[in-house]
Design a protein around this ligand. Structure first.
Ligand code: P1T
Length: 381
């Protein structure tokens, strides 16, 4: 099956054995009747499993070319479950440009349980190797990274992780399975904040994991059930509905992203534009190799790097909404330094380029000209 067909039908065989409904019912139930202790029709309690969640988990597993999907209450709950594969003394090597909440979970929660994190740039894979020691268990990366759009060579990092028997986890939130499929490139776990493009309509918070290895699937399912950070049935239904238009939405996100990145690049008040589609982007060749297109996320800085200018720009937007999050049909704009990445200390942030004038756009699927005109008038203001 091709991707566009899988977006609609993947993993959805026999989705409603009772009535053959085309969409799975929302099984808004916590428990299931048993005819005798332990005798039931496959579901005993909705933390352990719920048919609506199963339908979604099968759909996302199909899109990522994995075997098993797992849905959680948020992206961070999914990441939390992955980290529970580790034990005190273990070490993780992570990209230094990543979502602020992920950094906070690693550095403020799991660090105090004895797990050591190394945050480094991944553009030079041999640099990652120099951090590997006998305690290293995991490599964590986003690509494109949030918010600076570095592109990490998944296949090259996967080769390294296999050499040292490490688990490679790719946070595929920005690209989605439409643009790249990390499991096919050698990753062990692909993670999503389904809150973003998978849901696609800014109406649900959710996280997903997909794996292809049965043993790893069993371990993660054990953690999902034991820790309990599961996705609810209503949210599962909403994300499943979102997945059915993922290919169409992503196509338009990419088209609009390109138009706005190119517009910003030639604007005299703009200093740097971060978008992997530019031939001048340092990782453009990797992006071309591993992605179908370049996505709808674009970051930029204004001339002179003054926070006041960035704030004024954001306050003047009319079609774009100033808000946290990304990946919905509507265009959003954010100020990483004070919003999504405020939990990273200023000094750390600035070292990697998350400066005070940085603005991040999640380019939606509105008319491209309205979006361009909105940027124009806000930059002029
Ligand atoms: O918000 P939540 O569903 O828990 O997902 C966390 C998360 C994980 N990974 C990436 C790459 C993310 O971007 C996020 C959430 N990000 C935002 C809310 C944001 O505006 O960047």
């Amino acid at each position: 099956m091709k991707f566009n067909t899988k977006a609609i039908h993947g993993g959805q065989d026999n989705i409603d054995p009772a009535y053959d409904a085309v969409m799975p019912p929302i099984y808004q139930t916590s428990t299931y009747r048993q005819s005798s202790p332990g005798e039931h029709k496959g579901y005993a309690y909705s933390r352990s499993g719920n048919p609506t969640r199963t339908a979604l988990e099968k759909a996302i597993a199909s899109l990522e070319n994995g075997k098993q999907g797992l849905a959680f209450a948020s992206g961070l709950a999914a990441i939390d479950a992955v980290m529970k594969l580790l034990k005190p003394g273990d070490e993780v090597i992570s990209t230094n440009d990543l979502y602020g909440g992920t950094y906070r979970l690693f550095n403020r929660i799991f660090k105090s349980f004895g797990i050591k994190f190394h945050f480094i740039g991944f553009s030079d894979v041999s640099k990652i190797e120099s951090y590997v020691n006998e305690n290293t268990k995991m490599i964590w990366t986003e690509t494109p990274t949030n918010p600076l759009m570095h592109i990490i060579d998944i296949a090259a990092v996967a080769d390294l992780s296999k050499k040292y028997n490490l688990k490679l986890i790719v946070d595929n939130t920005f690209a989605t399975a439409y643009l790249q499929q990390p499991l096919d490139l050698g990753a062990d776990i692909v993670m999503h904040s389904a809150t973003k493009y998978l849901g696609g309509h800014s109406d649900v918070v959710m996280g997903t994991l997909v794996v292809k290895d049965d043993e790893l699937a069993d371990k993660l399912y054990f953690i999902q059930n034991a820790s309990g950070g599961i996705a609810g049935p209503m949210d599962s239904f909403l994300v499943l509905r979102g997945l059915k238009t993922l290919h169409l939405r992503m196509q338009r996100h990419c088209e609009n992203g390109r138009v706005l990145a190119e517009y910003l690049a030639q604007h005299p008040q703009v200093e740097n534009v971060y978008w992997p589609g530019f031939a001048s982007h340092p990782n453009h060749d990797i992006a071309k190799k591993q992605m179908k297109d370049f996505g709808g996320m674009v970051s930029f800085t204004t001339q002179g790097n003054k926070q006041g200018d960035a704030v004024k720009f954001l306050e003047n937007l009319k079609v774009f909404t100033l808000a946290e999050s990304l990946g919905g049909v509507e265009s959003l704009a954010g100020h990483p330094a004070s919003m999504t990445h405020a939990s990273i200390p200023k000094e750390e942030r600035e070292k990697i380029g998350v400066v005070d004038s940085l603005i991040r756009l999640s380019v939606g699927i509105e008319d491209e000209e309205d979006l361009r005109m909105d940027l124009k008038q806000a930059l002029e203001a």
